[in-house]
Design a protein around this ligand. Structure first.
Ligand code: PMP
Length: 352
């Protein structure tokens, strides 16, 4: 006799980085921004009235989408917003990956991609990075049902040059190519693929407010593509949950885009801290992969990553360790303030 227990959807979920509940921790484990969001954010939060919360949010998130469209100089019908880029990516997987061909993404990349594929019964193949932890664009010239590239990649931090992404797009005109640009604001100017949307109808670029805009807690992400692609994603969203973004995310997210000077300033500070502390880590005996993000991926020449991870944790410094083949001797260290990075290096000298 079969029971309801035989029909439970069993999945191996994505494991988010630890969010410690205690104070006094140097938290370099989930790629959050060490600086607070723009002061405009706090002002808007105070100004928001409770009457705004009595009503359902605007299901179209129009205010936020108009600001994003203006900011990126694209049409209002070219932007889709969701509850962090996780929500946006999940919707994209649901919308576009319905063929019986495999969706391709690198074997070392954002670990949520295979989880969505499993959840949604999407066939997929993880394409190995080369021995330098880089994506080889030629590996993507095989039949597929879609391609997802995080650029810069995570957790390696390595940026794939734009001409190589263009190769992937041109060689895969029959597939949707999703470029997850969660960390692109920390990469050199001109690295983004946003401008490719005009030229190619099969490209979707995904962005987030969680890293460069210091708003991981607000949960806002978005996609930019051709209007027809955005319509397909919206149709899926409205078939699943019409009120994804809440009123606070729409209002606060909208004003946060206005403070360009603040945004540039904090991004520049993180990039210069990253460059300075990459050198420090190298001096301490780490191999640090070249990062275009707000984190570095590093392995030590003599001390095992897990040992360093545990030692740092005992000192209340949290970094990320992935117990996964190929990268199980690496640590992913989010770039904090100079002061936090100094404390990290001091603690490292005690164990190395
Ligand atoms: N893409 C990549 C590559 C990421 O590292 C993350 C952060 N975990 C996300 C997407 C999702 O970020 P969020 O949902 O906060 O926008």
């Amino acid at each position: 006799m079969s029971s309801w227990k035989d029909y439970i959807r069993k999945v191996v979920p994505y494991t988010p980085g630890e969010q410690p509940k205690t104070d006094g921790i140097i938290k370099l484990n989930t790629n959050e921004n060490p600086y607070p969001p723009s002061p405009l954010v706090g002002l808007k939060m105070k100004e928001m009235s409770d009457s705004g919360l009595r009503k359902y949010p605007d299901a179209t998130s129009e205010k936020l989408i108009r600001r994003l469209a203006d900011y990126h100089n694209v049409g209002y019908d070219q932007v889709f917003a969701g509850v962090g880029s996780d929500d946006v990516l999940g919707m994209i997987f649901m919308t576009f990956f319905n063929s019986d061909k495999k969706v391709l993404f690198p074997d070392i990349s954002y670990s949520f991609y295979p989880v969505w594929a499993e959840l949604l019964n999407i066939p997929y193949e993880q394409i190995p990075l080369d021995s330098d932890y880089r994506i080889n664009e030629k590996d993507y010239n095989i039949p597929n049902g879609g391609i997802v590239i995080a650029n810069p990649n995570a957790p390696t931090g390595i940026l794939l040059e734009k001409d190589k992404i263009i190769n992937i797009i041109e060689n895969n005109q029959d597939s949707i190519v999703v470029i997850d640009e969660a960390y692109i604001d920390f990469a050199p100017e001109g690295s983004s693929c946003l401008d490719l949307i005009d030229k190619y109808e099969n490209v979707i670029v995904v962005r987030t407010f969680s890293k460069s805009r210091s708003l991981a807690g607000l949960r806002v992400g978005y996609a930019i593509s051709r209007p027809e692609n955005i319509k397909y994603i919206n149709d899926v969203k409205y078939s699943y949950n019409s009120y994804t973004l809440n009123t606070c995310s729409i209002e606060v997210g909208s004003v946060s885009i206005d403070d360009e000077a603040y945004f540039r300033n904090t991004v520049n500070k993180i990039v210069s801290t990253r460059e300075a502390y990459t050198e420090r880590l190298k001096e301490l005996g780490f191999n640090v992969l070249p990062s275009s993000t707000n984190f570095v991926f590093a392995s030590h020449k003599s001390v095992k990553a897990i040992e360093i991870f545990n030692y740092l944790k005992s000192k209340n410094i949290f970094v990320r360790y992935f117990n996964v083949p190929k990268i199980d001797n690496f640590l992913r260290i989010t770039i904090g303030t100079d002061e936090e990075m100094e404390k990290l290096c001091n603690a490292l000298t005690e164990i190395l």
